[in-house]
Design a protein around this ligand. Structure first.
Ligand code: DTP
Length: 641
């Protein structure tokens, strides 16, 4: 019996050892795959660039000039043959008196038969840009929308303003489908808008054949692709069925297409253009800036920030509507319960709820019966409540695009509203393991983390860089925490700290031990099992400082992520990054800017003493570009008490 047990134990040890090896190999292979994919994409981009320049130089046609400022001015005018009708219907049907920026140009371009990509911040009125042309054109407009709930919201709204619109989706009854299909080829056009999901286009031959007939009868007026970024796997919300929408332009080349999105970088749009087979679309990009939104990041100083959120809601947003975004369905339920216990009318919302429960929460929130929806990202598209005064992120978003869109649910009525993120150390790694299989998931998350960790650049500037926009920080108008509390940071030399913490990871790795970021923190702070190891230099930094330094080192390549996969979960470990070896060099130094409120009193004192002695010359010498900037690092250091 004893022998049997020994044998089993020995075999278990050996299987575990082998499994560990396999996991290591898998993570190495995944790392290799990521590198190869990024190399492949670079090569593809080079090839594509070479091909298109060869094509344009070989073609006899002169290249078309891009859409100029004068062109835009032309399309902003109101003397087109349809202008009177458009203006009249804006007032009589939609009950609006004026266009918002770019709406008129988008409508005129679309009415002129041009293909168009419209990038406009969430809540600025993209829908009007295809709904109004639909009303002023013969036949009907085909609208592709990603979610049935989103279509239903639109249909409800259109019904309320007496615009005939229908949908064809998986839950349409046979009679409804029959009526809609017949209406598509009815010269009297019983409806002006037909909403379908991309799946319907991909799967329904009957629909395609009716579209074909309508096209030949001149009744297919326009195609609108809502949330067009879903076409591209580089976008933040890729839907495989969007990939098949290229068939529309191939089958109906003369029908103008308008693609609408709130968030798409130029690369994503290029990808969408290719996927949708649109030859030369005009892209109209409304300024990404929402001047009425105040952006703020707060550090989570312990795992749960619900108390702080409750306090904010009670004190700052009494009787005002808002959203609290959370990471998981479990968090949605837990945070909603916590808020309820603190007498806040909050309810959870997530993808796993019954559709009827979801729409009940939505309705109760819209009619102000509840104050707060505690939601996962499932609460997003189609949410059109005008007076949302706060969007609080209990956990950071997985990318800046996601954050921009989620926070953009605030202040649609142009009244001021707050967008606050609670930035927690452990959350980074929870999200990182969740996006591990996404194409550019880690990079996008790192950008979001950099947005949160940032203490010296206007938050809008960080977003502008992301969306390839030109941005002047003064335009922020102190509507972000960085611009408002400009001198709230200190520049700190962290070279020694970096060496100490890198040594901890290095030592662990030499003993074949993997450390999660939390274990690294504990070890460095002299806590946990590591406290018995005399070889570790325990830090005098506070926990928040320790976390900030580790994040900095991760963002700057001194550490990198080391994923380990089990059938049930993915673990995140820290390993040495490509720049870790630089720390062996005595001359290598690292400085980081840290929020003063994050720093412990001892550190502030230490930094300010040394700042007085030497730092201004050093920093000014290193950052000439900042020297005449009123927010320069040197000035910050000099202003210390
Ligand atoms: N010209 C206008 N003047 C005043 N309000 C307008 C105007 N155009 C649209 N709106 C209102 C109608 C809606 O309540 C709100 C948002 O419009 P909507 O078309 O749903 O935004 P959107 O499509 O850009 O947002 P999302 O990205 O969330 O889909 O703005």
């Amino acid at each position: 019996m004893a022998n049997n047990l020994d044998d089993s134990q020995a075999e278990l040890d050996s299987v575990e050892a082998e499994l560990e090896m396999v996991e290591l190999q898998i993570s190495e292979l995944l790392e290799k795959q990521t590198k190869l994919n990024s190399r492949k994409n670079k090569l593809l981009q080079n090839l594509e660039g070479a091909c298109s320049s060869a094509q344009s130089s070989g073609s006899s046609k002169p290249p078309k000039p891009s859409f100029s400022k004068q062109d835009l001015e032309h399309y902003e005018e109101s003397d087109f043959s349809w202008s009177k009708e458009v203006q009249a219907k804006l007032c009589s049907v939609f009950q609006l008196s004026n266009f918002r920026p770019l709406q008129r140009a988008a409508i005129n371009l679309s009415m002129s038969g041009k293909d168009l990509f419209l990038v406009m911040p969430t809540g600025r009125g993209k829908s009007l840009c295809y709904q109004l042309p639909a009303l002023c054109s013969k036949g009907f407009t085909l609208v592709i929308a990603p979610l049935v709930s989103l279509m239903e919201d639109q249909l409800m709204y259109l019904k309320s303003v007496d615009v005939p619109a229908v949908t064809l989706n998986a839950s349409s009854t046979k009679e409804d489908s029959k009526r809609v299909l017949a209406g598509m080829i009815d010269k009297n056009s019983p409806f002006k808008l037909l909403y379908v999901t991309p799946e319907k286009i991909a799967k329904s031959k009957l629909l395609m054949s009716k579209l074909d007939k309508a096209y030949n009868m001149g009744l297919l007026a326009r195609i609108a692709v809502d949330e067009v970024h879903c076409c591209s796997q580089w976008g933040h919300d890729f839907r495989p069925d969007y990939k098949l929408l290229g068939i529309l332009k191939r089958q109906f080349p003369k029908v103008p297409l308008v693609g609408l999105t709130a968030t798409a970088t130029s690369n994503v749009l290029k990808d969408c253009q290719k996927i949708l087979c649109v030859q030369e679309p005009i892209t109209l990009t409304a300024p990404f800036n929402r001047p009425n939104l105040y952006y703020e990041v707060r550090f989570k100083d312990n795992e749960d920030c619900t108390d702080q959120i409750a306090q904010l809601i009670r004190e700052r947003y009494k009787n005002q509507s808002g959203i609290v975004y959370v990471f998981s369905q479990k968090d949605a339920a837990a945070v909603a319960t916590d808020l309820q216990k603190k007498n806040i009318l909050a309810q959870p919302y997530h993808a796993n709820m019954e559709p009827s429960d979801k729409s009940l929460v939505h309705q109760r929130w819209s009619s102000k019966k509840i104050q707060v929806v505690v939601a996962t990202v499932a609460f997003g598209m189609g949410i059109d409540k005008a007076d949302v005064r706060f969007v609080i992120h209990h956990t950071i978003s997985k990318s800046i695009e996601n954050y921009y869109q989620e926070s953009g649910r605030a202040g649609r009525d142009d009244g001021s509203a707050d967008c606050i993120v609670f930035f927690g150390f452990a959350d980074i790694f929870r999200i990182s393991t969740m996006v591990v299989m996404e194409n550019t998931g880690q990079q996008k998350l790192q950008n979001m983390v950099a947005y949160c960790q940032n203490v010296d650049r206007c938050r809008r500037a960080m977003m502008a860089i992301h969306f390839d926009e030109v941005w002047n920080d003064d335009e922020c108008n102190q509507m972000c925490d960085v611009c408002r509390h400009g001198n709230d940071y200190i520049t700190m030399d962290i070279t020694k700290h970096a060496r100490d913490v890198v040594t901890i990871v290095e030592m662990a790795s030499s003993m074949d031990e993997k450390l999660t970021p939390l274990k690294v923190c504990d070890a460095w702070l002299g806590k946990g099992p590591a406290k018995h190891r005399k070889t570790i230099t325990v830090t005098s930094l506070s926990r928040l400082e320790v976390e900030s330094v580790i994040i900095y080192l991760l963002l700057h390549g001194y550490f990198s992520e080391d994923f380990s996969f089990t059938p049930y979960t993915t673990h995140f470990y820290l390993k040495l990054g490509r720049k870790a070896a630089l720390l062996k060099n005595d001359n290598h130094s690292i400085t980081m800017k840290m929020k003063r409120r994050v720093m412990s009193h001892a550190t502030v004192k230490k930094v300010s003493e040394s700042a007085g002695e030497k730092s201004s010359a050093k920093v000014e010498g290193k950052r000439p570009a900042d020297s005449d900037n009123k927010k320069s690092v040197a000035k910050k250091v000099k202003t210390l008490p």
